[in-house]
Design a protein around this ligand. Sequence first.
Ligand code: FAD
Length: 464
Amino acid sequence: MLNSKHIDQLRRIVGKENILTSKEELLVYSYDATNMWQHLPEVVVLPSNVEQISAILKLANENLIPVTPRGGGTNVSGGSIPIKGGIVLCTTRMDRIIDINKTNLNARVEPGVVLQDFQAALAEEGLFFPPDPQSFSGCTMGGVVAENSAGPSCLKYGVAKQYVLGLEVVLADGTTMKLGGLTPKNRTGYELSMLFTGSEGTLGVISKITLRMLPAPKATRTIVAVISDVAVAGETVTEIIASSVLPSKVEFVDNWTFEKFRGLLPDEILDKSQVILLIQVDGLPETVDAETQQVVALCKSRAGEVRVAEDQAETDRYWQARAAHFSDISSRAHTIINEDICVPRDKIAEFIKLGQESAKKYDVPISFAGHVGDGNFHPVVLTDSRDKEHYQRSLKCVEEIIEIALSLGGVLSGEHGIGLEKQRFLKKAMDPAAIEIMKKIKDVLDPNHILNPGKIWEETSDEE
Ligand SMILES: Cc1cc2nc3c(=O)[nH]c(=O)nc-3n(C[C@H](O)[C@H](O)[C@H](O)COP(=O)(O)OP(=O)(O)OC[C@H]3O[C@@H](n4cnc5c(N)ncnc54)[C@H](O)[C@@H]3O)c2cc1C
């Protein structure tokens, strides 16, 4: 248990300006971006360097105090909720881009660097880090690696793990460990940096990250297709992916959030349509022209309207409207349940059809959006947790949608992770032997289970 003596020790480690203890301050760190959980930490510490992280963890381990690592707190799986109280270790004051090396095509960052700042710094060098969670203005690089985050551009370029070259990690007992290196190839022992990538703060605190970069594409073009029927939109995506074009992004927005596109697309078409597909192709200008024509031709047979953005201003408006989806849909109900599943691409249309039938059966409103080019959907059920009966029906619908995704060969989470949200489904989605191995890894790295306790396989009761 944390007591005042521990708080004094923490104050000595990070300095009094880097520790938060008032109720108002703690409240801020009791949430993430879900609206399903909240739990107050007892203290928040904001370390400035790896030595401080190490000292905090050593103290916590010796006194069995839970520690929840946190970056921007934008995750949507309950991952950074300090569900067992204790310490929130927030990395936002470690926000230095250490270097960007154009020759080596790599960069080193501290975990608290905000993704948008990193992307802006890279753009000045003509470089590109593709993973682009739509929370880019708030999420941190530590969070991106700890969640193995993705986003629209991952269709062509892959997810965060494909860019991690090396990590510095602090283990639960305070030991600091350097993994990987600066080179794109490295076959030295087990690939331990992958163990921490996507580990959701349960195995160690990431204190430094080395990432692989790409040269920024020379040209991009955005194509917008407005389609009257959800299932037809799904078929269109399957067909685009099966053609020889690999767009950098294929995003799906349903009519719950069409308001954001008013003024950009004709009202009469929007009024009788269900889906907007936002597609981006990139590469050399000549290739981009040819691929744009090919995608437009594929969409034309099925869409009421197909537009190619004429300039950067128009392009930005479409992508800003897409990025606003989560906040827009969140404002339409007291409570939303935001899911994250991924199905094989040839099952996209079937998944949407079955998902809609499920929402009808449970009589709950549902919105479908997501990175559909990867088969990655974020079905959002709109509900109200104060209305117990509606909320229970919504949870049942979500459960059925997850079952549908799994039965189609899909996975439990495409990019948001397990956290608190998905742990009750883990046994259905993962081989029991693999769950046992994960538990053993945890026991080796964090024998006292102080790091982000209650997450992934450690089922937490609903009352907490
Ligand atoms: C509007 C919106 C849009 C989103 N869009 C996407 C999307 O397109 N794709 C996507 O993949 N996700 C998306 N997300 C989810 C989320 O933003 C990402 O998972 C993001 O990378 C989390 O970063 P963060 O800094 O906010 O991490 P946090 O939320 O603070 O933490 C996330 C997890 O990582 C752990 N963690 C954080 N920092 C460290 C560290 N230094 N060491 C060890 N563990 C750590 C935490 O304990 C927690 O388990 C979205 C969220 C929102 C709200």
